[in-house]
Design a protein. Sequence first.
Length: 397
Amino acid sequence: MKISSVICEYNPFHNGHKLMLEYMRKNGATHIVACMSGNFTQRGDFAIFSKWQRTKTALLNGADLVVELPVSFSCANAERFALGGVYILNALGCVDEICFGSECGNTELLTKACNAITDSGISDSIKKYSSCGMTFAAAREKAVCDIYGSEISDILSQPNNILAVEYLKALKKIDSTITPSTISRVGAEHDSSETSDEIASASFVRQLIYEKNREFLTYIPENTFDTVNNSMTSLPDCQRIKKLENAVLYRLRTMNKNHFANLPDISEGLENRLMSAVRNSVSYDEIMQTTKCKRYTLARIRRCILHAFLGITKQNSPEFPPYIRVLGFNEKGREILRIMRKSASLPVIMRYADVGSLSDECQNTFAFESQCDDIYSLSEKNILKCGKNYTENIIRI
């Protein structure tokens, strides 16, 4: 038995994701665990389809067990996103391998880049370049280039490489024995509108779906057509967060400087710039465009706005996920669950009844996750009642 794993969003699940799972099978994986974002994503947005719908498409296309990456990790920066996912997979106690895509497709080079960014000797250079107005990512890349050369720093210039390096850093941080494996990203680039051999980026597929353009069917597996089509009936006619735009603006306008400063990933005076933009803007897009500058990327600003709207603060964001939440499984996934009962180092939640006997941290984290899911339900075309996170049955295929 070889249990492989992947950290993912599947927002939505498309042909490129299926190719990766097939690669993992060809590479010897007998069982596959997917640690998947819940209803909110790393780009600081609402997932296009709910975690339950996305779990079903994952199980139909190669995943055997889907567990949830909690919201304070799923909509965080790359470092925290990777740490949360790796920590959960390691806590299963039975995962042999983690597989991830990268532009370079070379684990050795990625490992060298990981060693470079964890070298304490580059911290002063990062501060120097950041003080010149560079983003953290750009400053880090320049600092690495100064010491390790362009071959290593170039690794840090591409988004999938950056996330891959963060996975390696997380494995190193928690001293995990899980073996890393990377596959070269094929087809369309991250966030690209170009397509290749029926493979498109998730952002392009989302764009087509929101436009009700049936071309999106070209880029998703055929066995998920019905699931996606059924999900589209509850999809609003615009980006989900835009449906709640007035509520987002209301929340932001009730916040003071201390509230903004208490958001995760706020530093370098971003709270001042963001609060000023809120006071002088009349739309979600205007806030982002007004706040954006050379130092602060749109992705970071989106995450800050989402943190504010959901109520995610530095205080209610645990250092590590406190439990393993199972979203769905098939027969092979059931085999993994049987092993996990003995090997897992974190509590495993299969249903809400499992939560009551857990620690206060687990109960509080689950309650907050449920609250965020209730906010997500407001973005449906037909608003749902509260409590779905407590009552929804695990997806079984």
